[in-house]
Ligand binder design. Structure first.
Ligand code: PMP
Length: 357
């Protein structure tokens, strides 16, 4: 039996996608072998990667001026790769820090250029959004983390940057809702939360930013090389790219990103309503920036939190332990997490409070 898997990532994938992968495991239709056994230079793989790219393009409504890459090294490599490409020659960038991942991103950027903190909410233990931004109009970009996975803090809409392009670490909310792509210069995300397996990173890059990138980097770290070679400079994660294509088909069948947004909001509302309905549970994030993807909350004591996690696990609800820096509980409810699992957790929360509260 499959658990209700509240893991922050790698995370639940849509069951119809897993079923299709299982059906095609021995032979990808028309390939005579599985996806993992065919050349990344084959006609068949060209179709697979074009399918994944088109899936992302059509879901996000990406204009031609954006390139879509499938790279490796996770979002963590993009923390370094983006500034290496875009800040060479003492260029400047602004970073908005709303959690642990943004902190990591700026640390890498500061090795390659003048990356400056435009705002941070560290003093609130990253439980809210900044009230104001100290932006430099001469910056190449403004970096932000659309959803901080550990703290469960999500921007309801993009920060205002007066036309400076946004670079977004969208690892934990990509393709979970529509976004205004015109505001973005670069979007990157590890696939393993909302759109596929680990080992493949989606990078969406606007051409005018690409044209300004450094050109003397090692080829694997050079966006130009990756774009010129259509993500095939070396052997990509062929399986991961294939699954992303199938996940995009699935998201399309669910009403696209508007459909996913409605589902994700409803799932999150069920959980936040349960948290708000009692003093027994306390949410971490301020209500105007609560994440629809990672719901973080506390119980009255660490003993109760431990017991909650153990008893939930015994009922097939797993991976509810919060990150150690925040403590408490975290329920990650990405695109593929089923509504029934959220309903089951809410029932469990009520019963747990009745028993122990
Ligand atoms: N950014 C965010 C917002 C994340 O949630 C994560 C992974 N939890 C990362 C970056 C790091 O991603 P990866 O493991 O793909 O390098």
């Amino acid at each position: 039996m499959r658990n209700y898997n509240f893991s922050a990532g790698p995370a639940a994938l849509p069951v119809p996608v897993l079923e299709q992968v299982a059906r095609e495991m021995l032979e990808l239709p028309g390939a005579g072998a599985s996806i993992m056994e065919i050349s990344h230079r084959s006609k068949k793989f060209e179709e697979v990667i074009a399918h994944a790219e088109n899936g992302i393009r059509s879901l996000l409504g990406l204009p031609e001026e954006f390139h879509v890459l499938f790279l490796q090294g996770g979002a963590s490599l993009q923390f370094a790769m983006a500034p290496m490409n875009m800040l060479a020659g003492s260029k400047k960038a602004d970073y908005i820090i709303t959690g642990a991942w943004g902190q990591k991103a700026i640390k890498d950027a500061q090795k390659y250029g003048a990356a400056r903190v435009a705002a941070t909410t560290k003093e609130s233990n990253f439980s809210r959004l900044p009230e104001s931004l100290d932006l430099d109009s001469g910056a190449e970009f403004v970096h932000f983390t659309s959803n901080e996975t550990i703290q469960g803090v999500q921007w309801p809409q993009e920060p205002q940057t007066n036309g400076v392009p946004l670079i977004c670490d969208a690892s934990s909310d990509i393709l979970s809702r529509p976004i205004d792509v015109a505001k973005y210069g670069l979007i990157y995300a590890g696939a393993q939360k909302n759109i596929g397996p680990s080992g493949v990173t989606v990078v969406i890059l606007r051409d005018d930013l690409l044209q300004k990138c450094a050109s003397d980097l090692p080829p694997m770290l050079d966006y130009r090389v990756q774009v010129d070679n259509k993500s095939l400079y070396n052997t990509p994660n062929t399986f991961g790219v294939y699954v992303i294509g199938l996940v995009c088909d699935y998201l399309q069948s669910q009403g696209g990103l508007a459909g996913m947004q409605a589902r994700n909001e409803e799932k999150a509302r069920l959980l936040y309503d349960a948290i708000d309905s009692t003093d027994f549970y306390t949410g971490h994030a301020a209500s105007n920036c609560r994440s629809r993807m990672n719901v973080t909350w506390r119980l009255p004591s660490e003993e109760l939190e431990k017991r909650f996690i153990e008893e939930a696990k015994a009922q097939g609800m797993v991976e509810l332990k919060g990150h150690r820096s925040v403590g408490g509980l975290r329920a990650s409810i990405y695109n593929a997490f089923p509504r029934e699992g959220v309903v089951a957790l809410v029932e469990f929360m009520k019963e747990f409070e009745r028993k122990t509260g």
